[in-house]
Design a protein around this ligand. Structure first.
Ligand SMILES: *Cc1c(COP(=O)(O)O)cnc(C)c1O
Length: 245
């Protein structure tokens, strides 16, 4: 994924951004007849310095997203913050699962049985558990990780058959296609919601309720499609005149 260098935003700007994003989430929720509290705002702090996370914590932000273990360890291990909830949203190599316990409560990018087993093993040896989402490549983007939607039922079935006690599968996640139009994005979000409903029903999983979808450019659209977790980076951590949206 391409990340453009950005000027770090000051704590005041970060606070301002968080308040604005929260207000927009509330408005989008109201427009679609939903409750704002059913939508979790994840501040994607990847590549951001520790000070930026501290500023967001001061603005009562609780959920944070990171996409590499190394970057995440530098922050989480230094902060030792008890209220922060950390979400791993990047591609996780099997051999990095051991770094999850004690740091992350959520993994959004499960896409293989092998990884599920590795994670379960790591969490088990730490006597912890992890909430997980399965990443689906709904737009069939060859540059993206995630399971093909046609392979999703089989993946869920094999994971459930393994009876992995330390991981709970709670829903689906997708990353919008770069450069897609709003209507293409909406179609992809609606498809993910339908997949979640179908899987929850056919596998009788009452707790399979989450939909992690929507980033800075499309989180309002994602909320209209039923998103329960929006992953917002640049709209929070980048000064406004530097953002493209
Ligand atoms: C970087 C990232 C985001 C946040 O993107 P923004 O456009 O900066 O809001 C969300 N999800 C994933 C998986 C990411 O890697």
């Amino acid at each position: 994924m391409v990340t453009t260098p950005t000027i770090p935003a000051s704590p005041a700007i970060i606070t301002d951004n968080i308040l604005r994003v929260r207000a927009q989430i509330s408005e989008a929720a109201a427009r679609s007849g939903r409750l704002a509290r059913d939508i979790r705002l994840i501040a994607v702090s990847k590549t951001q310095p520790l000070a930026a996370v501290q500023a967001a914590l001061s603005a009562n932000q609780e959920d944070f997203g990171e996409n590499t273990i190394q970057d995440a360890r530098n922050k989480i291990d230094h902060l030792q913050n008890k209220t922060a909830v950390w979400h791993f949203i990047g591609h996780l190599q099997n051999n990095k699962a051991k770094y999850l316990p004690g740091r992350f409560q959520w993994l959004h990018t499960l896409d293989s049985l092998e990884l599920a087993k590795k994670i379960n093993q790591s969490m088990s040896s730490a006597n912890q558990s992890l909430s997980t989402l399965i990443q689906v490549n709904v737009s069939n983007d060859p540059d993206k990780y995630g399971v093909d939607k046609n392979d999703l039922p089989e993946l869920i079935e094999t994971i459930l058959n393994e009876d992995l006690k330390q991981i709970q599968i709670k829903g689906l996640m997708t990353i919008g296609k770069l450069g897609a139009s709003q209507s293409e994005q909406k179609t992809a979000f609606d498809l993910l919601r339908e997949l979640r409903n179908k899987m929850a029903e056919s596998f009788e999983l009452p707790l399979f309720t989450e939909l992690s979808m929507g980033m800075s450019g499309d989180y309002l659209l994602a909320i209209e499609s039923g998103s329960t977790m929006v992953r917002v980076g640049s709209s929070i951590f980048v000064a406004r005149n530097k953002r493209t949206n």
